[in-house]
Design a protein around this ligand. Sequence first.
Ligand SMILES: Cc1ncc(COP(=O)(O)O)c(C=O)c1O
Length: 460
Amino acid sequence: MNKCELHSVGKHIEAKYRRRTAESQKHIEAAQKWLPGGDTRRVSYYFPYPTFMHKGEGCYLFDCDGNKYLDLVNNYTSLIHGHAHPRVVEAATVAIKNGMVLGAPVELQYRHAEHLCSRIPSLEVVRYCNCGTEATMFAMRTARAYKGRHTILKMDGGYHGGHEFAQVNIYADTDAESFPRVCADPWIPPGVLNDILVIPFNDLDAAEDVLKKNNERIAAVMMEPCLGAAGGINPKPGYLQGMRELTRRYDVLLIYDEVMSFRYHTGGIQAAEGVQPDLTALGKIIGGGIPVGAFGGRREIMALYDPTHPRPIFHSGTFSGNSIAMAAGLATMETYDESAIERLNRLGERLARGFKGALNGLGIKAQVLGRGSTVNVHWLTETPDNAKVTMQGYLSTSELLRLFHLEMMNRGIYTAPRALYVLSTPMADKEIETAISAFKSTLSVLKPYIADQFPRLLTD
Ligand SMILES: Cc1ncc(COP(=O)(O)O)c(C=O)c1O
């Protein structure tokens, strides 16, 4: 197939997308008048324009043209029971009717905290904030205050939200010859860069080297136990235990960002892997769909927030611990018990197996990484074990990712453009089969394009 015909594969996909989503096109044009680019969240924008959704029900979404989608985004992992789960709606409604935020402590806060601490072994006490970004920001601040040092060691390509310190190396340093350099957009102040060090994920030697040379200035290592936004990169066997050992040996705190990964196990990845960090940042599902963040850990460290402490850390937040998030989050977690988690994780494994089968059947090489209820597809010939490899893959296959995403949308499957697939509990075997079948058909449509543009991804 020549380039001209190939171009027509993409053209065909895009034309179909435009035909199905005429109302969304009108919305984006109207929105551009009031919102820069017509959107207010980077990840929900894609070209030629995003579909405007109208309603969510269980594991389905309906767009403003009346198209129905199986929702495999689940608001980027924050929804575990899909949309409008009756028990969550009921709990949130009661909270709304009782006054949404009372400007005072309420029982729901310590009930929610009690629930979290009973699930996560390392969590003795917690504080609430409004999103995962705040949770990681406060966790870093806590470590700095406790250790009396300023530097945070983070993973190259690790994502911890939108605050300045989290923005350093959110994109892995793909130009690095060997070791990642500290890098960020030019508007991140140099003072911030001075207090961050980076290492590649899954590399204990690199961690030891940096910790040994800098431990007197490092307050904490901040890491996701499985790199989420970087493509679902799992830790190698022994890596998490090794990082725990090293952080103890070099006397720095270990902070886990389980904002995304808490959904995989009743007590997060830390419980699944038997590793106890000193501090943990949480968000997403613990609010049941309402904005929330939490950070906590050892009582002795978190005592820095006790008002009776001689020099407490100032932490407030107008909406921290608001009743709606506490009520919706508690109802969500109570209905997401061990058996619900296991069931959903099994469905996730089935989806990953189905995707692998479809790729093998069509003679196409890609890496399907999965952990529990999330699946990531990487257009790579080898399994990525750090964020640099993932990022190189994303950059070199961005048009393939875009077309794949649009064609899945054309087939009624809503996914994240970066080939992340997120499950929710209203799903059953039927939905998994639907997703696998759409994946297979999309692969068939794109195979000629892949053959021409990425022959390395074909097995024959
Ligand atoms: C691991 C991780 N940490 C932090 C955040 C930031 O959370 P939020 O978007 O609620 O600020 C996210 C969001 O995707 C995340 O995945």
